[in-house]
Design a protein around this ligand. Structure first.
Ligand code: IPM
Ligand code: MG
Length: 352
């Protein structure tokens, strides 16, 4: 098949790990005889220096013309956040793209692959075969409500959800659960928040269309504890923007490294942006030590969701696993390989 992907590497380690993913895409093209090409768009600090904008129109154009976006990371060093080059870069680019393309369904799979249990912060027996999917609402809630400095002593952030916004992301989550182990946990804070009570109302209504899926409600504080105590009890978790942000970082610690977590953000016509769940890690940028796994797995999600290329996505996941099982690991996982060396191992396994 033919395809067109917009690659937006961004800042920090973004360019090096996107290069890895593009190398892997080349290997997939060869092995499965596809012609999926890539076009690069700039975003973040470098884009700001060239154009005065963190998310230039030109980049949005490139994204609009593509089948999907493969995104790296943006953001500068912690001590330079107030410089114009970096100020609000993440907000402008990441939240900008999410809103621009109405990418309301953020899928963050938490998978512990066989042989990687020791990467986890939890006991290996707790995470063995873990396969949980977090579905996070991504374009509404407190992230996109009114943010205001009421006066010098007071600030306000508004969390707002409409029924439609809740229903569409719940349907994505129910669909996912229906094709998996048929259990959906709706995470909220309905003992306090009115938006959560609306989520429950809508969830009870949507549930009627999915008789085969078992649905439960869980408060977010309890969900955080349950994820650490017994992650195997979950199949699909669906939740609002802010809770999903927090629970997915917790998920990163459970899987073992943020460097392993891919994500997909989809809209109603299944156009998607695929990115690692981690940031731009400026402290290790350019050193060749970044783990490209989350970026490569994000490419696998892209092939799966945008093109329905399941064999190809499976092959990428299998190649990463085969590399690890052969002891080929980057430094964050206790190995000795550089970003490029690990990528070359994955490419070689794909070609075999
Ligand atoms: C994420 C990130 C973003 C978010 C930041 C960078 C705005 O933490 O994708 O989880 O909070 O959504
Ligand atoms: Mg986050």
């Amino acid at each position: 098949m033919k395809g067109k992907i917009a690659v937006v590497p961004g800042d920090g380690i973004g360019p090096e790990i996107c290069r890895s993913a593009v190398d892997v895409l080349d290997a997939v093209n060869k092995r499965f005889v596809h012609e999926i090409t890539t076009f690069e768009g700039k975003a973040g600090g470098e884009a700001f220096e060239k154009s005065g904008k963190h998310l230039p129109e030109e980049t949005i154009d490139i994204c609009e013309k593509a089948d999907a976006i493969l995104f790296g990371a943006v953001g500068g060093p912690v001590d330079a956040q107030e410089k114009p080059k970096w100020k609000d870069a993440e907000k402008h680019v990441i939240l900008g793209l999410r809103k621009k393309f109405d990418l309301f369904a953020n899928l963050r799979p938490l998978r512990v692959w066989p042989g990687t249990e020791s990467f986890s912060a939890l006991k290996p027996e707790l995470v063995k075969d873990m396969d949980v999917l977090i579905v996070r609402e991504l374009v509404s809630g407190i992230y996109f409500g009114r943010h205001e400095r009421v006066d010098t002593q007071t600030a306000e952030d508004v969390s707002r959800y409409s029924k439609d916004e809740i229903e569409r992301v719940l349907r994505v989550a129910f669909d996912a659960a229906a094709s998996r182990r048929k259990k959906l946990t709706v995470v909220d804070k309905a003992n306090v928040l009115e938006t959560s009570r609306l989520w429950r109302e809508v969830a009870n209504a949507v549930k009627k269309d999915f008789p085969a899926v078992e649905m439960e409600f869980m408060f977010v504080d309890n969900a955080a504890m349950q994820l650490v105590r017994n992650p195997a009890q979950f199949d699909v978790i669906v939740t609002e923007n802010m809770f999903g942000d927090i629970l997915s970082d917790l998920g990163g610690a459970i899987v073992g490294s943020l460097g392993l977590l891919p994500s997909a953000s989809l809209n109603a016509r299944k156009f998607g942006l695929y990115e690692p769940s981690h940031g731009s890690a400026p402290d290790i940028a350019g050193k060749g030590i970044a783990n490209p796994t989350a970026q490569i797995l994000s490419l696998a999600l892209l092939l799966r969701y945008t093109y329905n290329l399941h064999k190809e996505a499976d092959a990428i996941e299998a190649a990463i696993l085969a590399a690890w099982n052969a002891g080929e690991k980057t430094k964050d996982l206790g190995g000795a390989l550089s970003t490029d060396e690990f990528t070359a191992c994955v490419v070689k396994k794909l070609a075999a």
